[in-house]
Design a protein around this ligand. Structure first.
Ligand SMILES: [Mg+2]
Length: 173
């Protein structure tokens, strides 16, 4: 489907309100456990991701993109635990999970992956992160209601458009 389009080498996702609908440091209480097929926190509250996330990660992987996580949460252990319990661990080549500006997270991706910022596509629900990371020339997509296949499609189009003449495309931001 994207054979004539430019594909990102690295696709980076935020966690809170991008892959799951809560703040892992506030709305749920680690540690988490898997009981039957559900994941629950230490208060017995059921914890779910946005429903299409696994399909999105699988689809980006099939396109040949490397995947990464960039989160500013202070709940580092809980975030890593959920990534593992949701069965996503094998998708992510790089994980930068710690507080601070996401510019630092992306500088680490650039160094570790040895690619240009222009080769990266980033999904995040917070405008301040999009604003910071956009300055690096990473292609950024603001996520409104969690990661979906439709948002993925939009991101791929935006990435492709950003690598063609701007005369051919009108960027909708
Ligand atoms: Mg977020």
């Amino acid at each position: 489907m994207y054979s004539d389009k430019k594909i990102p080498k690295l696709v980076v996702f935020d966690l809170d309100y991008t892959l799951w609908p809560f703040w892992v440091d506030t709305h749920v209480t680690p540690p988490f456990v898997k009981r039957n097929s559900s994941i629950i926190d230490s208060h017995g509250k059921k914890v779910s991701s946005y429903p299409e996330v696994s399909k999105v990660l699988e689809s980006f992987s099939r396109l040949g993109c490397d995947l990464a996580l960039a989160s500013r949460t202070g709940e580092i252990d809980g975030a890593n635990q959920l990534v593992s319990l949701f069965g996503w661990e094998h998708f992510f080549k790089y994980k930068e999970i710690y507080p601070g500006s996401k510019i630092k997270h992306f500088q680490n991706f650039k160094r570790k992956a040895n690619i240009k910022f222009e080769e990266m596509l980033f999904f995040d629900d917070e405008y301040r992160n999009i604003r910071d990371v956009s300055k690096l020339m990473v292609v950024c997509v603001l996520v409104d209601n969690g990661m979906t296949l439709e948002v993925m499609e939009h991101g791929l189009k935006q990435f492709s458009a950003s690598h063609h003449s701007t005369c051919e495309f009108s960027l909708s931001l």
